[in-house]
Design a protein around this ligand. Sequence first.
Ligand SMILES: [Zn+2]
Length: 168
Amino acid sequence: MRIGYGWDSHEFKSGVSLKIGGLDIPHPKGLGGHSDGDVLLHAVTDALLGAIAAPDIGTLFSPSDPRWKGADSAVFLDEALRRVKAAGFRVANIDSTLILAAPKIGPHAQALRKNVAALTGVAADCIGIKAKTPEGMGTDNAAIAHAVVLLEAATPRTRKPRSKKLSH
Ligand SMILES: [Zn+2]
């Protein structure tokens, strides 16, 4: 088994739509960034990449590369999932915490779980979406996401019998 951890943050910005977990969430401001600023998918992507010791999201999809300008973050997630599969693993579960002052995530949590499930091919009851407000952190104009993933071997290896010690 492998465990992976990812963290990301983006600043709220007027004039862009808010995208979290691949969903458009109604809000006066969106998240700035080179891509679509999907803070949750970026944290999950980095957790997947970290679990298999692959280069991180910023290395694979450089913010200075014009190809990723306004990119759908599902593209980054797909590449991480491809690498996880190639490494011989599958995703057992994903847990995440969003930290943002607004909008409230609670009313969208079920839709987010379903959407992240659809994007990752993991059952919705294996996707955790939690949200907190940034009490005392002074980060009201940002959205922060933490994510952990657990990977398990896609085909469980049969355990080799232990070689017997030679007796004298
Ligand atoms: Zn990001």
